[in-house]
Write a protein that binds this ligand. Structure first.
Ligand code: FAD
Ligand code: NAI
Length: 468
């Protein structure tokens, strides 16, 4: 029987990173992953195969089409007859996925990580090790890291299948639907809704809550909603989906809105109402692995489960379901197993939503900080006053800095606008070092760059913005 120091169950961002870090630390490491794409093993989990990477590839392609068809003219570029070759667009997306998933295979080889394809199941404890069924083969491991991720939550009224799709299906539609329904105005709803709207679909988004992107700062969600509506996404809030019927032709959704019953007809329906932890095939019940009431694996501050030598990280333990949070937990848990002080700073985890304009934030919102009883000062700077943004022909949105009124420490930074997915990194670094708005305001930023808006927002905290 093969024996390992560390066996990772799940090869997504949490698991593959944990395996690489464990191998770097000198552990004999293996990873067992069940994911299949086109009938073949494909490492990288949800993120690389059917999540972050393919969705960003489609967002980029569709945004280029939008630019060519709607903006090129303003730049003085004449383009006649632009049209979408969807098969080619999907093939490019698949090629990006293949390259990255293949890259993980390469990294496993380079780091001498043994890779098993199939399910990993905890079988029994023997001495100081676990016996794990790794794709049908019993192996032993002193430490097991559970990184089995999450699956899309289904709406009982609208089980996935046919014209009703989750993220994987929504990233592989072979025709642009004329009428696309989306249930859930969360992150997937707005990103994938944007893709298909740009490619020509009429998109209707049905959301149960009265507001939009509720974890975001109020000013950011209001600004983002304004732009997404302007692009033609048709949002309906406070709706109650009552009935979903599927036929060969499409999907009929009946919902209640403002006390009225409404029936809508769609060619395809994306259901994006959150994700649930995946403990399928893990043998959790057989070995007594404790899950919480929502099915997440229960862990302590050091990623330890109730079972000796068994750790858990990533989407399956809950918290922010983000790839970078999962990856950093992968590094931290391997370091903890090695007796080091592995740690993730949960106060400085960035969120990025890749719509147009992009949305990004880190830390506390103004409303969240006040709800905690903190006294805050805020500074906001519009991209409309930023030279580079005007040059780009995209000056939508702003940067907002939330700082503690007494200490000036930055509590949160919130952005909506061009390239804010990249700009947020500066704010994360400053927060990681416990920096103040004054630190950010006194840092020299290159001119002309979008990043000057970050400096100006920090200056605005002290009412010293120079260009607004
Ligand atoms: P997963 O990536 O889900 O990986 C778990 C792996 O374990 C899978 O391969 C699964 O098949 C395997 N597995 C499960 N059970 C077993 C078992 N018993 N034995 C063996 N293998 C098993 N996050 C971002 O940060 N940025 C984004 O832009 C972003 N975009 C997204 C877009 C979409 C459409 C979706 C759906 C998600 C997106 N996410 C994004 C979220 C991100 O994908 C997840 O947070 C991330 O993949 C979690 O990593 P993980 O390793 O915990 O789980
Ligand atoms: P989500 O949690 O972001 O949004 C789900 C939305 O559905 C919520 O607004 C919720 O109120 C609504 N909802 C729930 N039940 C409903 C119902 N019955 N009818 C109508 N609306 C309903 O979940 P989503 O979009 O499925 O994404 C899952 C997770 O994947 C995200 O939370 C995020 O962690 C991750 N993700 C991250 C991305 C990024 O970082 N850019 C991109 C895509 C996904």
């Amino acid at each position: 029987m093969d024996a390992f120091d560390v066996l990772v169950i799940g090869g997504g961002p949490a698991g593959y990173v944990a395996a690489i870090r464990a191998a770097q630390l000198g552990f004999k490491t293996a990873c067992v992953d069940a994911f299949e794409r086109n009938g073949k093993a494909s490492l990288g989990g949800t993120c690389l195969n059917v999540g972050c990477i393919p969705s960003k590839a489609m967002l980029d392609s569709s945004e280029k089409f939008e630019m060519i068809t709607h903006e090129a003219d303003e730049h003085g570029i004449v383009v006649d007859g632009a049209r979408v070759d969807l098969n080619k667009m999907l093939a490019r997306k698949d090629a990006v996925v293949d390259k990255l998933t293949g890259g993980i295979q390469f990294l496993f080889k380079k780091n001498k990580i043994k890779s098993y394809h199939g399910y990993g199941r905890l079988v029994r404890r023997e001495g100081d090790a676990w016996i794990v069924d790794a794709a049908g083969e019993e192996v032993s491991a002193k430490n097991v890291i559970v990184a089995t991720g999450s699956n899309p939550r289904a709406l009982p009224l609208a089980p996935f299948g046919g014209h009703i799709v989750e993220n994987s299906g929504a990233l592989a539609l072979t025709e642009v639907p004329q009428r696309l329904g989306v249930i859930g105005a969360g992150v997937i709803g707005v990103e994938l809704g944007s893709v298909w709207r740009r490619l020509g679909a009429q998109v209707t988004v049905l959301e149960a809550l009265p507001g939009f992107l509720l974890p975001a700062d109020d000013a950011v969600s209001k600004e983002a909603l304004k732009h997404l509506k302007k692009q033609g996404l048709d949002f309906h809030f406070s709706v109650n989906v009552k009935d979903v019927q599927q036929s060969d032709a499409g999907v009929t959704v009946t919902y209640e809105e403002n006390g009225q019953s409404v029936t809508a007809q769609f060619d395809k329906l994306i259901v994006s109402i959150g994700r649930v932890p995946n403990t399928q095939g893990l043998g959790a019940q057989d070995v007594g692995l404790t899950l919480d009431e929502r099915g997440f694996v229960k862990i302590d501050d050091h990623y330890r489960t109730n079972l000796p030598g068994v750790y858990a990280i990533g989407d399956v333990v809950g918290g922010a379901m983000l790839a970078h949070k999962a990856e950093d937990e992968g590094v931290a848990v391997a370091e903890i197993i090695a007796g080091q002080a592995g740690h993730v700073n949960y106060d400085a985890i960035p969120w990025v939503i890749y719509t147009s304009p992009e949305i990004a934030w880190v830390g506390l919102t103004e409303q969240g900080a006040k709800a905690q009883g903190l006294e805050v000062r805020t500074g906001q700077f519009p991209f409309a006053a930023n030279g580079r943004a005007l040059g780009h022909n995209d000056s939508r949105g702003f940067v907002k800095v939330v700082a503690d009124a007494k200490s000036d420490k930055i509590l949160g930074v919130h952005m909506v606008g061009p390239n804010v997915s990249e700009l947020i990194a500066e704010a994360v670094s400053v927060m990681e070092f416990g920096g103040s708005a004054e630190d950010l305001a006194r840092t020299v930023h290159a001119h002309p760059t979008l990043s000057e808006a970050v400096k100006e927002a920090a200056l605005a905290v002290d009412k010293r913005a120079l260009h607004a």
